[in-house]
Design a protein around this ligand. Structure first.
Ligand SMILES: Cc1cc2nc3c(=O)[nH]c(=O)nc-3n(C[C@H](O)[C@H](O)[C@H](O)COP(=O)(O)OP(=O)(O)OC[C@H]3O[C@@H](n4cnc5c(N)ncnc54)[C@H](O)[C@@H]3O)c2cc1C
Length: 486
């Protein structure tokens, strides 16, 4: 049971149960919401024989058989683009900015409004700052963060982000409504066509994606694109259609957040309580965070991994309430500024490419299981997909898969293995104590929590993660088998 199959019941506030709905901005709240929609792909009327992702230079004929009657009896001709993007979050907009600046014809469909929110901790790792710098997004509106305060039991370690030649030595907190708006506007300014409040679904021809069908009624559009980029976030209808659902039995996470006023809103360190507890007082593999936004408020939230015992019954609202009570004396919090909302953290996918398409960001399961962060991977994977398309449109999807594998897979796999390890409570507690026990070990924890580790990481953190992956690889089957029943 899990994410893709997680259409079941999630226990929410006040013991209410709720099924999930597909809106990362609205998230999951106390109201009962529908998630379990009809996942059958839309019926394609007409045969599609055009659109070839293998050859960027192909002149695409409009096949009259592919013309479609809409519900309003209007015929819709396919329009031709280089790239169609489904989803206007950080991943989709990064791809759009890159593509538009390179002179490609790119269109982005976002089902939310311009300026929509996304349930998130709003924390930007130094890696994310690096990616935003590369995209030339001004960061004046973001609150500058110097490092991370990690708390495990009574032990507190406050460290600054390391100075490396790969990433900036600072992070930021930037509420998603503002970050995503800045990215959407940058994409539009670069020349990408941004279409809001419009749901798009892939047009399939066997396993090939030819483009997208978007909207309905008089505004319905049919787009043919040499590459369709799926940036639709945590698994939903698009992933189902592409067979890109999460991997059954693999780790995923759930996290919840709200905002509150605090005199410490301009603190320059993120705070992570690693020794998070559930409502029953038992240790939870996950963490609670205080991410100061510099605007009078702090983003307060917590998340948990699916590998823990009792995950299905976990009451996120109560966990957040407990955490809030715990940090209250230090942070002098005002009342919650909005209803706490939860959303999913996808950490695997059955596939992330196919003929004519790639998945990026959350849609590709690119979230670090050790901290639940994925904005940086979303930005990077979006740029990577477009760069490879520019190099060679025909080979881009397959090369993208290989390069994501080389750059991120080993680390994220270590993270997933690690999540099964800490899913065992008798390992979790001593593990947490160890994670901040000495300054050198805490520095490695810091690198992991900052998404600073990957296949190119030099030094201790890189070596330790390499060794950890090997070691965990050996015990992984046992850890999964003996995993506490959810
Ligand atoms: C509570 C919580 C806290 C988090 N905290 C952090 C953090 O502090 N730092 C961090 O780095 N990461 C954090 N994450 C993870 C982070 O939010 C995601 O990794 C990030 O949003 C991924 O970006 P994305 O563009 O891939 O997807 P999203 O940001 O989810 O964007 C996907 C977009 O696609 C749109 N969409 C979906 N389907 C369609 C469709 N069919 N047609 C048109 N549009 C569609 C959605 O409306 C959405 O706007 C957190 C996640 C959660 C749940």
């Amino acid at each position: 049971m899990g994410w893709g199959g997680f259409r079941g019941v999630l226990l929410l506030s006040d013991g209410l149960t709720s099924t999930m709905k597909e809106d990362p901005g609205e998230g999951l709240g106390a109201e009962s919401t529908r998630f379990d929609k009809d996942f059958s792909p839309p019926r394609l009327q007409g045969r599609n024989t055009v659109g070839c992702a293998a050859d960027h230079t192909t002149n695409h004929r409009v096949d009259s058989a592919f013309l479609r009657e809409t519900g309003h009896g209007r015929r819709v001709n396919p329009e031709q683009y280089d790239i169609a993007v489904i989803g206007g979050g950080p991943a989709g907009t990064a791809a759009a900015i890159r593509a538009a600046r390179a002179g490609l014809r790119v269109i982005v469909f976002e089902k939310g409004k311009h300026g929509r929110d996304k349930v998130c901790g709003d924390g930007l790792t130094p890696r994310a700052i690096g990616a935003l710098n590369e995209l030339e997004i001004p960061l004046d509106d973001a609150h500058h963060i110097r490092g991370l305060r990690m708390i495990a039991g009574k032990r507190v370690r406050e460290l600054d982000w390391p100075t490396t030649d790969r990433f900036p030595n600072h992070g930021a907190v930037w509420p998603r409504r503002r970050l995503d708006t800045a990215l959407m506007d940058a994409a539009a300014a670069a020349g990408a066509e941004m279409v809001y409040e419009t749901t798009a679904l892939p047009i399939m021809d066997g396993d090939r994606v030819l483009g997208v069908e978007a909207g309905d009624g008089p505004t319905a559009r049919k787009i043919h694109a040499d590459l369709t980029i799926v940036a639709a976030g945590a698994v939903g209808k698009v992933a189902k259609m592409l067979g890109a659902d999460r991997v059954e039995g693999e780790t995923f996470g759930l996290a919840i957040r709200t905002y509150a006023e605090t005199p410490r809103h301009d603190d320059v360190h993120l705070e992570a309580l690693l020794s998070l507890k559930g409502e029953d007082g038992k240790a939870v593999p996950g963490y609670g965070w205080m991410f100061p936004a510099g605007d009078g408020t702090v983003n307060i939230g917590c998340g948990a991994l699916s590998t823990m015992k009792g995950f299905k019954k976990l009451n996120l609202n109560k966990m957040l309430e407990n955490y809030r009570n715990q940090v209250m004396p230090d942070w002098d919090l005002g009342p919650n500024l909005e209803r706490a909302r939860a959303w999913r953290l996808p950490m695997s996918t059955q596939k992330r490419h196919g003929p004519g398409w790639v998945a990026i960001g959350d849609a590709a399961g690119l979230v670090n299981p050790m901290n639940g962060e994925g904005i940086d991977y979303g930005l990077e994977s979006g740029m990577l997909a477009v760069d490879l398309f520019i190099e060679n449109p025909g080979t881009a999807p397959a090369r993208y898969d290989v390069m994501v594998g080389e750059q991120f897979d080993a680390f994220l796999r270590t993270g997933r293995r690690f999540s099964f390890l800490i899913g065992h409570p008798w390992i979790l507690k001593p593990g947490l104590a160890l994670s901040v026990s000495t300054e050198s070990i805490a520095k490695i924890t810091l690198a992991v929590m900052g998404n600073l580790v990957d296949n190119q990481t030099p030094g201790a953190a890189g070596k330790v993660m390499w060794l950890a992956d090997k070691g965990l690889g050996l015990v992984d089957p046992i850890l999964r088998k003996t995993r506490a029943a959810a």
